[in-house]
Design a protein around this ligand. Structure first.
Ligand SMILES: C[S@@+](CC[C@H](N)C(=O)[O-])C[C@H]1O[C@@H](n2cnc3c(N)ncnc32)[C@H](O)[C@@H]1O
Length: 456
């Protein structure tokens, strides 16, 4: 790729040139990867005072930059060094962003017209430029800072300017494939994960353990999750609205690892959850170690499994792909998505498969206590709970809180165990299922196919 040239038109060429002597752009200029020429409008003023501004027609405060020196400067540089893509810097232009930077990085010659005072006579915008750009919704005294920002953002995307080209590809707002890589729609703008460096502790402030442990796969997983978390929490506006594909099978699992041992109580749970599942477009499955669940109308023995692992195996056989297992309610250290949108986003971001895999919501059926503890957070030494079958859970899902701030962040940083504390009788659990499924239903891309409910 040959070098890229920026032509900056300004009343303050020294300020622009001074800034560009330093940093990576300065190095790129020295290595002739990028060239920057500054042209002073004043050189093209024709009166003896070298006037470049005049009072506005119609009156009012301030001065306006005259059209003649601006156009003369443009035409002179075009004749001298060749045509260029002309950009007028103005707060009234479309916002400059990473996508625009990427587009501009492909151009060989870019002209940046900096205004001062009240701006440049509007005939320049109408007839002498190719586009307008704004740095943001605020007003600077002149276009020079905007021009410099654009030069830096564009030049660093050119081959050879950054030491490691991968760093630009990973930066915030670069297009990254965070999901399954099934199509261009998967390439979205994300915030980058946070960075830390030595020392490992500063005034009692540590760094995430995973970064010190030296396991590359764990670090990659952690970074991926951080990208997702930060984008949701800090810039939810960047996030795409994901939908659950119509063809994605949806299952609810009544999990009896803990909870009532009494068969009639279990039957009550299964009956209530089967109804909630049916209404929400999900099929109910029962996981009960030792098949200790009663047969209930609409939920035959064939829908009962000894462990989640058995169920997952069966679903993989049935649908030809591994299911995504998600706890319903907070679950220990699992990332908690509050609401269907963050959940789908989290599942897509984890990269373990696309969103059309069977989605399995696992509800711990506990007669008392909270929904979370039986899944993954039992106190050490508690008698007998075996967590082995629940290993495959990759996230926890709670319906979105009703308040707007909760919706905005979508993801709870620290799963609160209070969310589901207190008794969880069957009715409350069925309500939770109904709300969770209704949320997922509202995010189906089209109506889900009719789900079969095996008859007894
Ligand atoms: C004081 S400003 C003029 C603002 C103008 N009167 C208005 O209200 O839109 C002078 C010059 O600064 C530059 N400028 C100011 N804010 C900018 C922004 N947000 N993005 C790009 N250029 C800006 C433009 O070149 C503009 O002509």
């Amino acid at each position: 790729m040959s070098g890229q040239t920026f032509e900056v038109f300004t009343l303050f060429p020294d300020a622009v040139a001074g800034f560009l002597r330093g940093g990576l752009v300065g190095k790129a200029v020295a290595r002739e990867l990028v060239s920057v020429h500054c042209t002073d409008y004043r050189e093209f003023a024709t009166d003896r005072y070298r006037t470049v501004d005049d009072a506005p027609y119609g009156g009012g405060p301030g001065m306006v930059m005259k059209i003649e020196p601006v156009v003369a400067a443009l035409e002179h540089v075009t004749a001298l060094r060749g045509p260029m893509h002309r950009i007028l810097l103005t707060p009234a232009g479309p916002r400059f962003d990473q996508r625009v930077a990427e587009r501009l990085a492909a151009l060989p010659r870019i002209g940046l017209l900096c205004g001062r005072y009240e701006g440049i006579d509007d005939r320049v915008r109408e007839h002498f430029v190719d586009e307008c750009l704004s740095l943001g919704d605020f007003v600077l005294n002149g276009g020079e800072v905007a021009a410099l920002a654009i030069i830096e953002a564009v030049a660093r995307l050119r081959e050879g300017v950054l030491g490691n080209p991968e760093s630009a590809a990973r930066d915030s707002f670069s297009l990254q494939d965070m999901s399954s890589g099934t199509g261009p729609e998967d390439h979205e703008a994300w915030l980058e994960h946070p960075h830390f460096t030595r020392p490992p502790e500063f005034r009692g402030l540590g760094v995430p353990e995973v970064l010190l442990a030296g396991d590359h796969a764990d670090v990659a997983r952690w970074r991926r999750e951080q990208v997702w978390r930060r984008t949701w929490a800090l810039r939810p506006d960047l996030r795409p609205q994901r939908t659950l594909p119509a063809e994605a099978p949806l299952y609810l699992v009544a999990h009896f690892e803990q909870g009532p041992t009494d068969m009639s109580e279990r039957a009550a749970w299964i009956t209530a959850l089967a109804a909630a599942a049916r209404q929400g477009g999900a099929e109910l499955r029962v996981v009960a170690p030792g098949h200790r669940a009663p047969e209930v109308a609409g939920v035959p023995r064939a829908a009962q499994y000894r462990s989640l692992k058995d169920l997952a195996r069966e679903l993989r056989r049935r649908h030809g792909r591994a299911p995504r297992l998600v706890a319903l309610g907070p679950a220990g250290d699992l990332p908690l998505a509050r609401g269907a949108a963050p959940l789908l986003d989290l599942l897509a971001a984890s990269g373990a498969g696309d969103l059309s895999a069977p989605l399995v919501l696992v509800l711990p059926c506990a007669a008392t206590g909270d929904l979370a503890r039986p899944v993954a957070n039992a106190p050490q030494g508690r008698s007998a709970p075996s967590f082995e079958p629940l290993k495959g859970l990759e996230a926890a899902f709670s319906p979105a809180p009703p308040n707007a701030s909760g919706l905005a962040s979508g993801l709870a940083e620290t799963p609160s165990m209070n969310d589901s504390s207190g008794p969880q009788p069957v009715d409350a659990a069925a309500r939770l299922v109904a709300v969770a499924l209704a949320e997922l239903k509202s995010r189906r891309s089209t109506n889900p196919p009719e789900l079969r409910h095996e008859q007894q």
